[in-house]
Design a protein around this ligand. Structure first.
Ligand code: SAM
Length: 454
């Protein structure tokens, strides 16, 4: 039975219901409620700033509680009816902002970016969140979806902060080609996860199955996919049908991307980010460019075309399949060379004195500290005669960075370190590459002057 908490001294227990006024949004899709009379901090989902709500406690610690808004007493003008029936307290954890209008979602993300930049980097900057073309009012954009398989083989998506599988008939943010694979609404006993990835321009679909079950010839024949693979322990893959990769299209070219490899999930994001990286770096013929965390080599490829055959591109990627994709995708530009390995380790043994520009696109955890240190190192090593005679335009030391990030908190942390290391922040752009969720993609442009010293 629910317990309504009204006394200031009572510590909220899981299941208790509190009446709260919702405060500012924070990183991760939560809003903060600070009750003056109690001193508690309650992090609430399914609410919007300014609302008066009833919230049910889902977790309670000595320092704070988490809660779900279960009744909206005074709604925000930004509140809308969630298009997805699985969004809400206790339901699917995939989307955070289905109950906010699309413009309001972008304002919430902009508020989080400004907050993280201010708190973690000491930077006061308002960054509007730009729409990414290709979605349908924030729906039907996701080209890769990992469906979870629960008890008795039901398929769906995981409940928020839980392993429990919520059975769904359709995920509304999934691209229609994903939905047409028909993974949901069927039983998949013995499987744990089924990842569907699609390449809309090529009309291709791939399925990556994880689990202990076996696919019989009839099951395989019934799977509507060009490529099917089974994922084993330690990342081993068993090809079951097709080439094992999809052909994605962006920046006027095709890119091979292996199943399970990284490609921007929003149908329009690779195109938008490729243009934004070029705009931030302004590459010139003859320059040497770095693409750190290069995935299938999208940015390395567009930089290779811009610097031309008198230039060089050094691309680094740790994942073996993505590295092989990058090697394949960059084959038309022999002056673009992918390296396989950890960025810190490869950079540590690569002579960087010639590199002029760099794009960094690390995973959510951001840059490892040795990578920051290398990027901040003094550009004081002698320029070899060959480089001096190459006719490279512009300064021949690392003087421009485009930092692409899917996490405003680690971006802000790393920006502070880069600014302390002699870099200057010129611009930050943000893109709504994950509508309906709290996630957002940012691109920070940094530069440093000739003679910059640490
Ligand atoms: C966010 S993705 C960027 C991919 C690419 N820039 C793109 O836009 O398609 C990050 C990539 O970094 C790779 N990665 C993660 N940690 C790494 C590390 N320590 N060293 C090298 N690559 C790493 C991942 O395998 C992944 O391909």
């Amino acid at each position: 039975m629910e317990r309504m908490i009204t006394r200031a001294s009572a510590v909220p227990q899981v299941g208790d219901v509190l009446e709260l006024t919702v405060g500012e949004v924070m990183h991760g899709g939560w809003c903060v409620c600070r009750e003056n009379d109690t001193g508690w901090v309650v992090l609430v989902r399914h609410a919007l700033p300014g609302e008066r709500i009833l919230a049910r406690i889902s977790q309670s610690t000595a320092r704070f509680a988490r809660a779900d808004a279960v009744q909206i007493l005074v709604p925000s003008p930004d509140r809308v009816a969630p298009p997805c029936p699985y969004a809400g307290p206790g339901a699917c954890g995939g989307c955070d902002w289905q109950h906010a209008s699309l413009p309001a979602q972008r304002q919430l993300k902009a508020a989080v970016i400004a907050q993280q930049l201010r708190r973690l980097a000491g930077i006061n900057l308002d960054v509007p969140v730009e729409a990414v073309p290709g979605d349908d009012g924030g729906l039907r954009w996701r080209t890769t979806v990992s469906f979870a398989v629960g008890g008795r083989g039901i398929t769906g998506l995981r409940r928020h902060r839980s392993h429990q599988v919520i059975e769904v008939s359709e995920c509304l943010i999934a691209h229609p080609l994903v939905t047409a694979a028909g993974i949901t609404g069927r039983r998949w006993p013995g499987w744990e996860q089924i990842e569907v990835a699609v390449a809309p321009a090529a009309g291709e679909r791939g399925i990556l199955l994880s689990g202990r079950a076996r696919l019989g010839p009839q099951d395989l024949a019934a799977l509507p996919a060009d490529s099917v693979q089974a994922a084993g322990r330690g990342g081993a893959r068993t090809p079951m049908r097709g080439r094992g990769y999809l052909i994605q299209r962006a920046a006027g070219r095709d890119w091979r991307v292996s199943l399970g490899g990284f490609w921007q999930v929003h149908v329009g994001a690779a195109e938008v980010l490729a243009a934004a990286v070029l705009a931030a770096l302004e590459p010139l013929p003859g320059q040497t460019a770095l693409d750190l965390y290069c995935g299938a080599g999208l940015f390395a490829g567009i930089l290779a075309q811009a610097v031309g055959q008198t230039g060089r591109v050094i691309a680094i990627e740790a994942d073996a399949a993505a590295f092989r994709d990058a090697r394949h995708n960059l084959r038309d530009w022999p002056w673009a060379r992918p390296h396989h390995g950890d960025v810190a380790e490869v950079l540590g043994r690569t002579w960087l004195g010639e590199a002029s520009i760099a794009v960094l696109d690390p995973p959510r955890t951001g840059l490892a500290r040795p990578v920051v240190d290398l990027l901040c190192a003094r550009p004081d090593r002698a320029r070899p005669a060959a480089a001096a005679q190459s006719g490279a335009a512009g300064p021949s030391f690392l003087h421009r960075i485009a930092y692409v990030s899917c996490d405003p908190a680690t971006l802000a942390r790393d920006l502070r370190l880069l600014l302390d290391g002699g870099w200057r922040l010129d611009d930050v752009r943000a893109f709504d590459a994950f509508p309906m969720t709290h996630h957002v993609e940012c691109l920070a442009a940094l530069s440093r002057e000739t003679g910059a010293r640490r």
